[in-house]
Design a protein around this ligand. Structure first.
Ligand code: IMP
Length: 424
C-alpha cells in the first residue's frame, strides 16, 4: 500500500468526498491539508447523507485517524457545529481520533466580517463562500494570524487580537461603514471555546510521520479544485490556498517524498460556483439538464452551480501541475440521455489553437472552445458495477478522456452511494 493525495481536478465539487470515503477503507489516517469550511463534501452511506466541511471524510469510518493539517483554516464555532452534527449521527468525533495541528490558522469573526463587507461592496464580485477564508489566509501571510495553538497561551492570543483589530477596525468604520469589533469581546468569545478545542490540538507532523514509520497508509485529502488554486487557477476568481497535489506536503507538514500516489477527481462534465471564466459553460437547456440531473447546487451555500461540457484544456493544465498517477471519473451517470456529448479538446485564441489556457489576464474570457463530438447513450448507469456493464458509447467517452490526458481512469463513479463506484 501507499500514501496518496486526492485533489479536485476542475473548479471543485467533483465528488472528492465520495472517492476519499471509498479509499479510506484502504488507509489508516486521513489528513486535510488546505481550505476550510468553504468546502462541502457530501457523502451518502446507506442512504444517509453526511455533509463535511472541514473534518476529513475519513471520520465516517470507525477507527481511522483524522487530522486537520496546518494548511487548513479553521472556524472554531463552525467546527463544533460540524462535529456535533456528526456526533448526532452516531459518529465518534472525540479528540482520540480527530486532531488539529497547533499551526492551523483560525478564522476569526473579523475575517468573516471582511469577507462579507468586501463582497457586499465590490462591483466585480469573486463570489466567495463568505466564510472568511481569504482574509484568514491574508493574515497568515501578513504574519498576524491567530493559530489554534495560541489558545493555549491567552496572553499571546490577546495581543494578536488587539493588534489585528487596530488595523481592521479602521477598515470597518472608515471604509466598509460597519461597526468596529471589540477586541475584549472577540478574545472572550474565543477563550470560551478553548477548553473544548485544546484537547484536539496535536503536533500533526509528528503524528503523520510516526504513522508512516509504523507502516500505516495515509491519505491527504484536498478541497476545492486545481482551477481554484491561488497561483495556478483562474486568478483572481480562485480560493486563497494552493490546491495542487504538492501542497499536501506543506499543508500537512511532511516531506513530499512520503507521498507515492496522486489521484485527481474529474467530474464527467464541468461545473463552477461563483464568478470567473468558464469557457465551456452552457446557458441552454443542456446546462439546465446537467444541473438538475447532477443535483448541482452547492453543499455549503446552496447556490446553483454553473454547468458546462468537459474541458480537456483545463484538465491538461491540471495534469501538468499534478501529474496524477490515476484519475477517478465521477458522475458519469448524469450524462445519460444526452444525444451528443461535446468535449473541449483545445481553445482557439487570437487566431491560434491552444492546448493550455492562455496566460494573459483576460485570455480565458476570450477563448473559443474547440469541440469534439462523441455519441451519447440512453442506458441508466446507476446499477453498473464494472467496466463491462457500461454501454459501449460510455466506454468510448471514458477511453477518449484517458487518451486525451494520458491518465488512466482507475475509478469510475455512476451514482452518489458508496457502492456506486468501481475500479477499472
Ligand atoms: P472562498 O474560498 O470562499 O474565498 O471563495 C473563492 C472562490 O472559490 C469562489 O468562487 C467560491 O465559489 C469557490 N469555492 C470555494 N470553495 C469551494 C468548493 O469547495 N467548491 C467549489 N467552489 C469553491
Amino acid at each position: 500500500m501507499s500514501n496518496m493525495t486526492i485533489v479536485g481536478a476542475q473548479w471543485g465539487d467533483e465528488g472528492k468526498g465520495k472517492i476519499v470515503d471509498l479509499l479510506t477503507s484502504e488507509v489508516d489516517m486521513v489528513v486535510r491539508f488546505q481550505g476550510g469550511n468553504n468546502a462541502g463534501h457530501t457523502v451518502i452511506v446507506d442512504g444517509k447523507k453526511y455533509v463535511l466541511h472541514v473534518v476529513p471524510s475519513g471520520i465516517l469510518h470507525p477507527g481511522k485517524m483524522c487530522i486537520i493539517g496546518n494548511g487548513v483554516v479553521l472556524d472554531p464555532a463552525s467546527f463544533f457545529e460540524e462535529i456535533d452534527a456528526l456526533a448526532a449521527l452516531g459518529l465518534d468525533v472525540s479528540p482520540e481520533r480527530l486532531k488539529i495541528s497547533y499551526k492551523t490558522h483560525l478564522i476569526m469573526p473579523y475575517h468573516r466580517a471582511i469577507d462579507g463587507a468586501r463582497e457586499g461592496k465590490a462591483k466585480a464580485k469573486i463570489g466567495t463562500t463568505g466564510r472568511g477564508i481569504g482574509p484568514c489566509y491574508e493574515d497568515k501571510k501578513s504574519r498576524v494570524g491567530v493559530r489554534a495553538g495560541d489558545l493555549t497561551d491567552p496572553e499571546v492570543l490577546k495581543a494578536k487580537i488587539e493588534k489585528a483589530l487596530e488595523e481592521k477596525n479602521v477598515l470597518f468604520t472608515q471604509l466598509y461603514g460597519v461597526p468596529a469589533l471589540d477586541p475584549e469581546q472577540v478574545f472572550n468569545d474565543l477563550m470560551a471555546l478553548a477548553p473544548r478545542l485544546v484537547p484536539y490540538l496535536a503536533d500533526a507532523s509528528s503524528l503523520i510521520m510516526e504513522a508512516n514509520a509504523a507502516g500505516q497508509n495515509i491519505m491527504f485529502e484536498g478541497a476545492q479544485g486545481v482551477m481554484l488554486d491561488i497561483d495556478h487557477g483562474t486568478y483572481p476568481f480562485v480560493t486563497s490556498s494552493n490546491v495542487v497535489c504538492d501542497n499536501a506536503s506543506i499543508g500537512a507538514g511532511v516531506n513530499a517524498g512520503l507521498i507515492d500516489e496522486r489521484i485527481a477527481i474529474v467530474k464527467a462534465y464541468t461545473t463552477r460556483v461563483g464568478a470567473g471564466p468558464f469557457p465551456t459553460e452552457l446557458f441552454d437547456e443542456t446546462g439546465d439538464f446537467l444541473r438538475s440531473q447532477g443535483g448541482e447546487f452547492g453543499a455549503t451555500t446552496g447556490r446553483p452551480r454553473r454547468c458546462g461540457w468537459l474541458d480537456i484544456v483545463v484538465l491538461r493544465e491540471m495534469t501538468r501541475l499534478c501529474d496524477p498517477t490515476t484519475m477517478a471519473l465521477t458522475k458519469l451517470d448524469v450524462l445519460t440521455g444526452l444525444k451528443d456529448l461535446k468535449v473541449c479538446v483545445a481553445y482557439e485564441y487570437e487566431g491560434k489553437i491552444m492546448q493550455y489556457p492562455p496566460q494573459t489576464p483576460r485570455g480565458l474570457d476570450n477563448v473559443k472552445p474547440v469541440f469534439e463530438v462523441l455519441p451519447g447513450w440512453e442506458e441508466d448507469l446507476t446499477g453498473c458495477t464494472c467496466w463491462d456493464d457500461l454501454p459501449e458509447n460510455c466506454r468510448r467517452y471514458v477511453e477518449r478522456i484517458e487518451e486525451l490526458l494520458g491518465v488512466k481512469a482507475g475509478f469510475i463513479s455512476v451514482g452518489p452511494d458508496r457502492n456506486q463506484t468501481f475500479k477499472h
